[in-house]
Design a protein around this ligand. Structure first.
Ligand SMILES: Cc1cc2nc3c(=O)[nH]c(=O)nc-3n(C[C@H](O)[C@H](O)[C@H](O)COP(=O)(O)O)c2cc1C
Length: 342
């Protein structure tokens, strides 16, 4: 029903407006009592889907990727579509507008999206207010970043502010160092800086009674040398895992015309066009590390087979974003059923 009825209507409007409209629609449908119905349609409950990873028990291995519920306003409702976990954020210390609009574009023929949202979010205070409403059972990841205006010498302080404030409210953390839309690339790609950042956050983690898992989210555009550095970094710092991958800067092989791509301009590409790239990164990390750390696979999952491909490449869990927009909520169930069918 989503693809034949709802999607054609939604896709005829501006993507960012549709995003907020969909949020209102999901909220309203829950207020009207449809949550149970969604659960019964979309949720797959089966012991065999459970995954134990970095001390957490995931009901199933299919999660919602960061950027969809940036401000943690919809995680309880979204969980009714069958997700095993939801990652909120990227959250920055202070609320910020993000980049000027328009900043979100569909590439329909490619089943892709280009975005340069630039960490628009309500900041820590906004997220915490929402997370206090957490009903408790759902696994929530806190994806954190720095404010756009923050000077390089204060990047670590921004991550620490987010980490310390969100610690009581999320189950795992993601250091987002791979957003292509907020400048700062050079420093966040530097392995010495990453080591310093990870060390600082791990130190802060020790101040809490219960330590939370910390993961690093990386770009799909890293070359083998950079990926080798990531493997060494994760092993040396004993980081809990990696999320591969964020959006891509690469535009090769797209069906969209040059003119359309020029008109859109900068931004991170997601969806089907980055599927193979993300899978290759997962496989590289898994092989090079002898699968010594957990990997969450994300990037271009639009079908159950795409998800199985990520798992076969070495991912322990998967996440979806663009596939959720293009294929609708039934994708989650399809993936879980395919995993069970194996
Ligand atoms: C509109 C949009 C906003 C996003 N915002 C974030 C974000 O704030 N933080 C983040 O770590 N990833 C963000 N992402 C990246 C996704 O979490 C995911 O890593 C990427 O889109 C690849 O997965 P997909 O092909 O399933 O969309 C965003 C993606 C999109 C399309």
């Amino acid at each position: 029903m989503y693809k034949s009825l709802l999607r054609p209507i939604l896709f005829s409007f501006d993507p960012e407006k549709v995003h907020y409209f969909t949020f209102s629609l999901i909220k309203l449908s829950h207020k009207l009592g449809f949550g149970g119905l969604f659960r019964s349609i979309y949720k797959t409950t089966d012991k065999r889907l459970e995954r134990n990873l970095f001390g957490l028990k995931f009901e199933n291995p299919v999660g919602l990727a960061a950027g969809f519920d940036k401000n943690a306003v919809l995680y309880n409702e979204l969980a009714n579509f069958g997700f095993g976990f939801i990652e909120i954020g990227t959250v920055t210390p202070l609320a910020q507008e993000g980049n000027p609009k328009k900043r979100l574009f569909r590439l329909k023929d490619d089943k892709g999206i280009i975005n340069r949202m630039g960490f628009n979010n309500e900041g820590l205070e906004g997220a915490i207010e929402q997370l206090k409403k957490n009903k408790g059972k759902l696994i929530i990841g806190g994806n954190i970043g720095k404010n756009t205006q923050t000077l390089p010498e204060n990047y670590t302080a921004d991550y620490l502010t987010c980490f310390n404030a969100l610690h009581p409210y999320v189950d795992y953390f993601v250091l987002n160092v791979s957003c292509p839309n907020v400048g700062s690339h050079a420093k966040l790609n530097d392995k010495d800086y990453l080591e310093e950042l990870i060390g600082a956050v791990q130190e802060a983690n020790k101040n809490f009674d219960k330590q939370k898992p910390i993961l690093l989210k990386i770009a799909p555009d890293l070359n083998p040398v950079q990926l080798d550095e990531i493997v060494t970094l994760v092993q040396d710092t004993k980081l809990d895992g990696v999320i591969a991958s964020n959006t891509s800067m690469d535009r090769s092989g797209l069906k969209a015309s040059e003119a359309r791509l020029t008109e859109i301009g900068n931004g991170g590409l997601s969806g089907q066009p980055i599927k193979d790239k993300s899978t290759a990164v997962i496989k590289y990390l898994a092989d090079k590390s002898n699968k010594s750390f957990p990997i969450i696979g994300v990037g271009g999952i639009h079908s159950a087979d795409d998800a199985l491909e990520k798992l076969d490449a070495g991912a322990d869990l998967v996440q979806i974003y663009t596939g959720f927009i293009y294929e609708g909520p039934s994708l989650i169930k399809k993936i879980n059923k395919a995993i069970l069918a194996r």
